[in-house]
Each structure stands twice: as structure tokens, then as C-alpha cells.
Design a protein around this ligand. Structure first.
Ligand SMILES: [Zn+2]
Length: 140
């Protein structure tokens, strides 16, 4: 997840799209970020950032009992991401929100996301400077 936040920051700073995808066991998700829309960090509260980053980082430690994902699932997620890229290139409407896919139960849903004006990645410069100021106050 920290890598995703870093990529989101890069996309926001440079005003470029980011098509994020992920899989876990039999589930997958895709989110297309377009400049000015909700980024992948918009739903992460700043005061819980460290906690959530620790929970969402699958690279640290092995989750006991976790089911390996089928290669078909990673192929489907990659296909949806490539389709989103093609839509951006063609100037067609893209996915808004997060597309959630449960391949075990064949359930698919979309979660709408609102841009968070207080987001530490894509919020206003005033918000970002306030966040930095708060962290500096806490470190003293
Ligand atoms: Zn954001």
C-alpha cells in the first residue's frame, strides 16, 4: 500500500492518470484515478494512515491460511486495467470509484468514492501544509 500511495502522489503531482489494481485470494479491485477526481488515498484518514498501511501491506509476513490467487484472477484484473487505459487513450468515460470483484461467488460491485478535500495526497495545498505542520508539532 505505501507504494500505491507514492504512485498516487506522483500521479497527482504530475496530473497524470493512475490505474490501480490489486488481488487477494479470490477477490480483486480496480480504481482509475483521473486528475481532479478521488485518488486511492482519499478514503484513508490521516490519523490512521500508519495503522492502515501496516494492515494493508501484504509484503510483510505471511498470512497464515491465505489462499493463493488463481492466475486467471490476476489476468482479469490486468485486463480491466488495460481496458481502462484504452478508454483513457480513446477519450471514453472511465471507471469512477472502485470496481470490486469476488470471483469465488461471482459478485461484482462498484463503490463510489468522493474526493476528500482533506486528503493528504490530493487535498488542497493548504490542507497538505496543515498536515505537515501538525506532524511537526507532534514530533517536538
Ligand atoms: Zn485523495
Amino acid at each position: 500500500m505505501p507504494t500505491r500511495v507514492w504512485l498516487a502522489s506522483f500521479a497527482v503531482r504530475h496530473g497524470i492518470p493512475l490505474i490501480d489494481g490489486g488481488i487477494k485470494e479470490f477477490t480483486g479491485r480496480v480504481q482509475t484515478y483521473l486528475p481532479g477526481k478521488a485518488c486511492i488515498a482519499c478514503n484513508i484518514p490521516l490519523d490512521r494512515y500508519a495503522e492502515i498501511m501496516e494492515l494493508r501491506n501484504p509484503c510483510e509476513g505471511v498470512e497464515f491460511g491465505a489462499q493463493a490467487s488463481f492466475t486467471t484472477i490476476s489476468s482479469i484484473i490486468a485486463g480491466v486495467q488495460a481496458n481502462e487505459a484504452m478508454k483513457i487513450i480513446a477519450g471514453l468515460p472511465t471507471l469512477e470509484g472502485v470496481l470490486l470483484m469476488d470471483f469465488l461467488n461471482n459478485k461484482y460491485s462498484k463503490m463510489d468514492l468522493e474526493r476528500n478535500p482533506l486528503c493528504f495526497v490530493c487535498g488542497s495545498e493548504d490542507t497538505k501544509s496543515v498536515s505537515v505542520d501538525k506532524s511537526e508539532e507532534n514530533s517536538e
